[in-house]
Design a protein around this ligand. Structure first.
Ligand code: LLP
Length: 427
């Protein structure tokens, strides 16, 4: 459930805020997030896990805007980070370092050091070399590194190949049958403290079975580790819960939470999870304006002022995201169109052969389910300024990232000193 709804006049609102009114002030393209929806999603997740001692570590990569992190921190969330940049964001947003886990396939020494100095809860280690780096950096920093190994349970999450991570063939995690040996190494090191076991099998998972199978495999390992005298405080099941983009019927978090709790609570194990999409995905829309239309005889194109640089998911994964008019016109005829951006790539599309009520120049469109992996994957490709981000809250709103200034595009670039400089552009 989210808080983007049409009013009786057919005007799309974010909570109590009229989106055309918001656009009149902020322009397009603009991402709009709903504070009530983010809060609700966090609470649904928290409630789903109430049968077991748990910590939700929101996956920062899904939507890393400081205000989003600040809101989630205020609700008690921890954070799953994958870079020192994300660590900085979490700290700047008021996150508690003791609730931070550090994931990722390859961490640099300086990132490991920064994490240890900040006092994070756990580093999720993905390979033998990374474990060795953690030990060496920990020795230099003078703080033992709290570690879990991310094990690869070889479970098929049944999702898009780019976001499936728990198969034997993927680059992620430590192969299951090598994990025990590496845990022994970690346990024997004076610079490492084993604190848990971690896994993450993929993203946009809609069936509960792969997640529960993965936990069962992880628990086999936990039994062995405990039998060898290691103290395992937590099991981290990663993120991955799917959402409804179109007609998916994802397993409710409650069902998964209960299955997790039934396995973990009797063993006194704490559960960590790293949800991203399920919290942020349907808490956001991306607003864009129609620049014009054209037809090539076979296809009709609706050209918008947003493009693949603003939201790359349709281009990169052929992801389907709903596109709706901001002002609904029930009399408008339905047509089949491609919704495309202005970028010089055929891959720059948001929808292909999509039935849509007719929209003309200047109409506003909203791309739904854009709160996760939307703005945070955006770029300046084609020297396009990045979109604005706004948080609505009841009938008020806050610009949480203004649209990028034209001058910011190359403010950090430098001309060669021996060639003539250019001129500024009043534009
Ligand atoms: N934990 C780890 C270790 C991860 O790699 C990820 C996502 C998460 C947690 C959060 O997963 P979630 O709950 O959001 O499914 N850009 C892609 C998704 C990439 C996911 C990468 N890892 C997309 O737009 O679909």
């Amino acid at each position: 459930m989210d808080h983007f709804r049409y009013d009786e006049a057919g005007v799309l609102h974010g909570e109590g805020v009229s989106l055309p009114a918001l656009v009149a002030a902020v322009g397009t393209p603009t991402y709009v997030y709903s504070r009530a929806t983010l809060t609700r999603h966090f609470k649904v997740m928290d409630d789903a896990l109430s049968g077991v001692d748990h910590l939700i570590c929101y996956s920062v990569k899904a939507n890393s805007n400081l205000a989003v992190l600040q809101l989630l921190a205020s609700l008690g969330s921890g954070f799953d980070i994958v870079s020192v940049g994300e660590l900085h964001r979490v700290l700047a947003a008021g996150g508690d370092p003791d609730k931070v886990v550090f994931s990722g396939v390859g961490k640099r020494d300086d990132e490991i050091a920064a994490a240890l100095r900040a006092g994070i809860h756990c580093i999720n280690v993905e390979s033998a070399w990374e474990l060795a780096r953690c030990a060496e950096v920990a020795a230099a920093v003078g703080v033992p590194a709290p570690v879990s190994l991310r094990v690869n349970p070889d479970v098929d999450p049944k999702t898009h190949e780019y976001i499936a991570t728990g198969l034997r063939t993927s680059k992620f995690g430590v192969p299951f049958d090598e994990a025990l040996e590496l845990y022994r190494t970690a346990h024997a090191s004076p610079h490492l403290t084993v604190v848990g076991v971690d896994c993450h099998i993929g993203s946009q998972i809609v069936e509960p079975t792969p997640l529960i199978d993965a936990l069962d495999r992880v628990l086999e390992l936990v039994d062995t580790l405990q039998a060898e005298g290691m103290t395992i405080g937590h099991v981290d099941m990663g993120g991955g819960l799917g959402i409804t983009y179109k007609d998916e019927r994802p397993a409710p978090p409650k069902a998964i939470g209960e299955a997790y709790a039934a396995r973990l609570a009797p063993r006194g194990l704490k559960l960590l999870v790293e949800p991203g999409r399920v919290i942020a995905g349907n808490a956001g829309v991306m607003l864009m304006r129609v620049l014009g239309r054209k037809s090539n005889g076979e296809r009709t194109f609706v050209i918008t002022d947003a493009a693949m640089n603003d939201n790359i998911r349709p281009s990169l994964y052929r992801a389907w995201q709903d596109i709706v008019p901001v002002q609904r016109d029930l009399d408008a005829p339905e047509e089949v169109v491609d919704v495309v951006g202005p970028i010089c790539e055929s891959g720059d599309f948001f929808a292909q052969e999509r039935p849509l009520a007719r929209v003309d120049r200047d109409a506003l469109l909203a791309m739904r389910s854009a709160g996760a992996y939307g703005f945070c994957m955006s770029s300046n490709y084609n020297s396009r300024q990045r979109a604005a981000e706004v948080m609505v809250d009841g009938d008020t709103w806050t610009v949480i990232r203004p649209r990028e200034e034209l001058t910011a595009l190359f403010a950090s670039e430098r001309l060669l000193p021996d060639l003539p400089a250019g001129r500024s552009f009043e534009g």
